[in-house]
Design a protein around this ligand. Structure first.
Ligand SMILES: Nc1ncnc2c1ncn2[C@@H]1O[C@H](COP(=O)(O)OP(=O)(O)OP(=O)(O)O)[C@@H](O)[C@H]1O
Length: 518
């Protein structure tokens, strides 16, 4: 294999010309072009369903293109399998991770190439030394001995990225790598990406977070409806031009750069809290006190591993309460199981949608109906027409891109799957709505729809508790924000008291700084 350095600067590492791909009647790619050069970070943008993942899957040997031409380092390729793509130096980190959760970070990073003795025994110490050296060199803050399954999602994501970087990579494809990372963690990732580009690796960077395009990429390509909708030099474009290319002329008012503003006023102190946590303690949480009122949108902000997701999981009954109490409208949640929580009107939109949020082999309609089967039951029979009508309404309201409400969920793009998860809990109105990274993988247009739905839920009296690593999102949505650190809430502030994302970022970092100082 040529090393990237041997390529002439005019030869792209990846050249995609006129590539098409259909799935049955769905034209996922209609003749797209893309060029990525050594040492370049090339952002690939587009609405949910625009065709980004399809191209990535072709480059990684999961799918074969129908027509067009793909060259890697000047040679035409047509990968028959992921192994062929990997052998050509293409590494992909998908949104949905593929790690062995029971193994350590080190074992995952070296999977399939573990150092062994002459007799085939694992050289564990050498493995850990090699992995530690690699992580240090790339400035990645992972403990090689930690078991992957015990890590918060964002650390698992970093493990997956590190795994891709450890191979003989010349093209690294990152599919929404920062979706669960806060700004501090994002910086660590970006530093690691810059380190590999200095070695001549070309990076294709898929994201819906437009502001990071300006921080990490040199060039941008936008897909719309399976076709090229624009190519830009990052330094010579702006947010408005990108949004217009993504959503099309006519919809450009949609706000990636919408100002941070509240659209609703809620008298937090006047109403009784709907959700109350009193000194809730378990293996992850330490005396959490929290109350969320009817009509309030309450944010939880913190670093990964701070306990923000675990607070939601504990309320929903996925984690035991060892001490303390959770009350919904004054009634203690006694039997702490998700079923009881659902019966009491608690809904959770989880972060890991493929594992917790959806039945992938079922149709959209079925997934949307599942949480409210009793609502659609007539004397033991399912009211299919009612369920279908309701499902169609949700599909249209959230602009889920699918041929029909009968489409099987696993065939939807990632962002469209997230819209279905969200739609599942939208009707009937929950008393308490728990949202974990609600807009991960969701495009600019759908994000606005989801914000509108969250606001609507709050307006009709739902108490909303939302975890997000996107600080602008928290500031945009929330009435109050609680800062979570080490499994506890260290501060709760009204939104108007926080002057911008920098100030919120500072608040999140404060507990860590205090811990380091003591
Ligand atoms: N295996 C499949 N079978 C049927 N249709 C598919 C399949 N994979 C993708 N599609 C369809 O192809 C289109 C492009 O999907 P793709 O996943 O490439 O979009 P995307 O740009 O990656 O979206 P997202 O940002 O939501 O991840 C969508 O309409 C999707 O439903």
């Amino acid at each position: 294999m040529n090393s990237p350095a041997q390529l002439s600067p005019q030869t792209p590492l990846v050249r995609v010309s006129g590539v098409t791909k259909s799935f049955g009647g769905v034209h996922a790619l209609r003749g797209v072009d893309l060029e990525v050069f050594p040492g370049e970070v090339h952002a690939l943008l587009g609405e949910n369903g625009a065709g980004k993942s399809t191209l990535i899957k072709i480059l990684s040997g999961v799918h074969k293109h129908d027509s067009g031409r793909i060259e890697i380092a000047g040679r035409e390729v047509r990968f028959a399998s992921p192994a062929e793509s990997r052998a050509a130096g293409v590494a992909v980190v998908y949104q949905d991770l593929s790690l062995v959760e029971s193994l350590s970070v080190g074992a995952n990073l070296m999977l399939g190439r573990e150092p062994q003795t002459r007799f085939g025994f694992l050289k564990k110490r050498q493995l850990m030394t090699e992995v530690s050296a690699f992580l240090r060199e790339h400035g990645i803050p992972l403990d090689p001995r930690a078991t992957v399954g015990s890590l918060p999602f964002a650390y698992r994501q970093m493990t997956e990225i590190s795994k891709a970087l450890m191979g003989d990579v010349r093209i690294l494809i990152l599919d929404e790598p920062t979706s669960a990372l806060t700004e501090g963690e994002e910086k660590i990732l970006f530093d690691a990406v810059r380190t590999v580009t200095q070695r001549g690796v070309g990076v294709i960077y898929v994201t819906h977070r437009l502001n990071e395009v300006f921080r990490i990429s040199q060039n941008v390509t936008v897909f719309r409806d399976g076709a090229n909708a624009g190519s830009f030099v990052t330094a010579k474009t702006d947010m408005k031009q990108l949004v217009t290319a993504i959503v099309g002329p006519g919809h450009a008012a949609l706000g990636a750069d919408a100002p941070i503003q509240k659209t609703r006023e809620v008298a937090v102190s006047a109403s009784k809290p709907v959700l109350t946590l009193s000194r809730v303690t378990n293996d992850c949480l330490n005396c959490v006190d929290l109350n969320v009122h009817a009509g309030e949108i309450h944010g939880l902000a913190g670093l990964i591993g701070s306990g923000r997701t675990e607070i939601l999981e504990t309320i929903f009954g996925l984690r035991a309460v060892e001490q303390g109490e959770i009350r919904i409208e004054g009634v203690a949640l006694s039997n702490r199981k998700p079923r009881t929580a659902i019966e009491q009107g608690v809904a959770l939109v989880p972060e890991d949608r493929q594992v917790q949020g959806l039945v992938l082999d079922h149709a959209i309609e079925r997934n949307l109906t599942l949480p409210r089967l009793p609502h659609f039951s007539r004397l033991g029979w399912l009211d299919r027409i009612g369920a279908m009508t309701q499902a169609r309404a949700v599909v249209s309201k959230l602009a889920v891109k699918a041929p029909s409400a009968s489409t099987v969920v696993k065939n939807l793009s990632g962002g469209n799957q997230q819209k279905v998860v969200f739609g599942k809990w939208h009707q009937p109105r929950p008393r308490v709505l728990l949202l974990d990274e609600p807009t991960v993988g969701v495009d600019v247009g759908a994000r606005e729809e989801i914000y509108a739905l969250v606001n609507e839920a709050a307006r009709s009296g739902t108490a909303v508790l939302v975890v997000s690593s996107d600080l602008a999102e928290l500031l945009r949505l929330c009435d109050r924000i609680s800062i979570v650190a080490d499994g506890a809430i260290v501060e709760t502030v009204g939104r108007e008291a926080i002057d911008g994302t920098e100030a919120l970022h500072h608040l999140i970092q404060l507990p860590r700084a205090a811990a380091q100082a003591s």
